[in-house]
Design a protein around this ligand. Structure first.
Ligand code: EPZ
Length: 418
């Protein structure tokens, strides 16, 4: 497995162009199932996860072609089963459930299984499909869902906010017979992007971005061309990198409005943050000052930036209380940061971080996507060479990471596994 060697201690300076959002691209790709007409998606990042999703869509019979960051899909599905060996690699595969049910009235999707950050059940996805008239059984490790006469609009109230379940419900309701009301839904920018693309295909969706979405079902959807929104988590990752390396980075093709919670906290830590419509500039002002965060669904502090922020607090002046409320096991980066000399104590979903002036070089191991990048950020502050193994996790969510950081003064080198 590939590794990264990082020779840190240098400030990051320069410009980074932010790629399309992984967590918008994955549900948008699933729309290739919901219509036979050509759907052209632009700004689709080339990542292990998007490539996996394109492979699953081909397995289902969709004609998928990629030219750079433009993915064209046509023809719809010819099969309705998403097998375990494809789904286990990427839990977002469960997002084929809604479009398959809506368009073909049947779907057999493997239960995704857990991952490093938690058990990650799909009960809310199943309940949403049932709320729209599907008959769902869980058998042999699969979700077996049918709606022979098509889905029927209905009122689906989510007991807790779920990004993926909201996305499945939205795609299913778009072709259901009659109106649907989805209550206590996720409000992430990626939800808005999915709804906007569905509306461009002829769906009739309103309220996206609020806690309640209304959908008037239509008989069929046509093709469209849609550009994936910018990746706010990639942008947030680099914003934190600037603040913790004493750097000065300007992030291009990004939308500051989608990062308000992070930018507010970065200012609290002493960084200077300036925004335009599509850029964010972060200038460090010496050693960061410690600050507390609690992760929350959008517009709160994103759980996907918790590990990166913790890396910054490890070298901050003061103590920081980090509360992870979304996933039950999202502190896998802690043992690795401790190897680098960090002072962190975990009690359930709370981590107390006492900032140290410096961390120390150490070989560490990546465990999940965002934990991996938090180790990269920590290593970028350390004089001397650190090694990070199992960086295939990074390749799932960050395109051309070494190139982007290398262009801003970072010294890192990918080590091919022998
Ligand atoms: C999406 O995952 C993202 N992935 C995650 O990003 C992100 O961390 C998460 O939303 C929260 O923002 C994609 O968009 C592909 P949830 P998702 O359903 O949809 C529980 C990354 O690093 N839950 O909002 O799976 C669940 O266990 C990834 O890019 C149920 O109990 O997240 C969690 O505790 C990691 N039952 C909470 O809800 C369900 O049926 C929120 O999960 C579904 C979820």
């Amino acid at each position: 497995m590939d590794g990264l060697e990082i020779d840190g201690g240098k400030p990051l300076q320069g410009d980074i162009i932010i790629s399309g959002a992984k967590n918008a691209a994955l549900p948008l790709l699933c729309l290739g199932l919901i219509s036979d007409a050509p759907l052209i998606l632009e700004n689709v990042p080339e990542l292990a996860d998007t490539i996996s999703m394109e492979g699953l869509l081909r397995h289902l019979g969709v004609d998928v072609t990629r030219e750079g960051e433009i993915v064209t899909m046509r023809g719809g599905a010819r099969r309705y089963d998403a097998p375990y060996d494809l789904v286990r690699k990427m839990r977002a595969s469960v997002l084929v459930l809604g479009p398959l049910l809506a368009r073909y009235g049947e779907a057999r999707v493997s239960l995704p299984g857990g991952c490093a950050i938690g058990t990650r059940p799909v009960d809310l996805h199943v309940r949403a499909m049932q709320g729209l008239g599907a008959v769902v059984e869980l058998a042999d490790g699969y979700i077996q869902a049918r709606a022979p006469g098509g889905l029927s609009g209905g009122r689906v109230v989510f007991p807790m906010v779920s990004v993926g379940a909201t996305e499945n419900a939205l795609m299913a309701a778009a072709l259901a017979k009659g109106p649907s009301e989805l209550v206590n839904v996720a409000r992430e920018p990626e939800i808005i992007d999915l709804a906007n693309c569905l509306n461009a295909m002829g769906a009739r969706i309103t309220g996206h971005g609020t806690g309640t979405i209304s959908v008037e079902g239509v008989d069929e959807l046509h093709g469209a061309t849609h550009a994936v929104i910018s990746d706010r988590i990639e942008a947030g990752t680099f914003a934190i990198a600037a603040a913790m390396t004493g750097g000065d980075l300007t992030l291009q093709r990004t939308r500051a409005r989608t990062l308000d919670a992070l930018l507010m906290v970065l200012r609290e830590t002493g960084a200077t943050v300036t925004e335009t419509d599509d850029t964010i500039r972060v200038v460090a002002n010496g050693r960061p000052v410690a600050a507390d965060i609690t992760t929350d669904p959008f517009p709160g502090f994103p759980t996907d930036l918790q590990a990166q922020f913790m890396a910054m607090m490890c070298i901050a002046d003061g103590s920081s209380r980090i509360s992870e409320t979304i996933f039950e096991n999202r502190f896998m980066h802690v043992p690795e940061l401790l190897r680098m000399g960090a002072d962190i104590q975990v009690d359930g979903g709370i981590a107390m971080v006492r900032g140290r002036e410096f961390l120390t070089p150490a070989p560490v191991m990546a465990t999940d996507l965002r934990a991996s990048v938090s180790l990269v950020l920590a290593a970028l502050t350390i004089e001397g060479e650190s090694q990070i193994s199992r960086i295939y996790h990074l390749d799932r969510g960050y395109s051309r990471l070494e190139e982007k950081l290398g262009n801003c003064g970072a010294q890192l080198r990918r080590i091919k596994a022998s």
